[in-house]
Design a protein around this ligand. Sequence first.
Ligand SMILES: NC(=O)c1ccc[n+]([C@@H]2O[C@H](COP(=O)([O-])OP(=O)(O)OC[C@H]3O[C@@H](n4cnc5c(N)ncnc54)[C@H](O)[C@@H]3O)[C@@H](O)[C@H]2O)c1
Length: 260
Amino acid sequence: MKRLENRICVVTGAARGIGAAICEAFLAEGAQVIATDCNETALHDFAQKQGCSAMRLDVGCEDDWNAFATQYPEIDVLVNNAGITGFEQGMVAHDPEHASLADWHAVHRVNLDGTFLGCRYAIGAMRNRPSGSIINISSRSGMVGIPAAAAYAASKAAIRNHSKTVALYCAQQGYNIRCNSIHPAAILTPMWEPMLGSGPERAANMAALVADTPAKRFGSPAEVAALAVMLASDEAAYMTGTELTIDGGLLAGSAAVPGS
Ligand SMILES: NC(=O)c1ccc[n+]([C@@H]2O[C@H](COP(=O)([O-])OP(=O)(O)OC[C@H]3O[C@@H](n4cnc5c(N)ncnc54)[C@H](O)[C@@H]3O)[C@@H](O)[C@H]2O)c1
């Protein structure tokens, strides 16, 4: 028996990157997958290729979640994966001194409001199922300060905290719903493309971006997806309110010690 057979699994931000890899891994484990994304064209191309269901969903939009709940009133697994850095339309100030309130809100709307709305929907959609698993994709940026990406870091830190609140709330209510967060760093997805370039400078840019990573390489979306499969499955039945880092050792500590 595959690990996710008979499970209805929903993934947000699934048209590409980590979300797409999670859908593929869930499908390989026998899940019924509903891929969602705000980019309707990319979403439908992806879903057609994978042979899975798809529905347009902007995670920051309450009406979209209500429409989704009408279509899918019961599910077993939700991955709140959709997220933005704030640099999608080009470089803007996201440091604590110069960031605009509008740019701050725009990042929180997707990352934090999206996760809050997703968790709220999932609790209702899972409470009458035998069990449920909510997986929130935070970031290593949710555990450390990031001077040039204040809104991103703050929103990811709030996701980490909200995951624990959801875990405790569900346990208090007697719901068999677990909630955990995953904290990736430097996973090679289209999110990085604007920073890498496509010419001869690409290899040097990639090496520079992982120079501080002990493993000295980017992680792959499939490596993050493997964690999501484990958290979605019964193997993680005793895991709730926890956080899993997947960062090539970046958060393990600092090499800047006497004698190094
Ligand atoms: N790639 C990394 O190195 C890395 C590191 C840490 C955390 N993360 C997190 O992992 C998640 C996925 O990142 P990725 O690298 O695959 O990003 P990506 O940019 O490659 O893909 C993100 C997907 O989310 C969708 N999306 C954006 N806004 C949305 C919205 N409002 N509603 C629904 N969908 C929306 C996009 O259309 C896209 O398909 C994000 O939450 C990101 O913050 C990524």
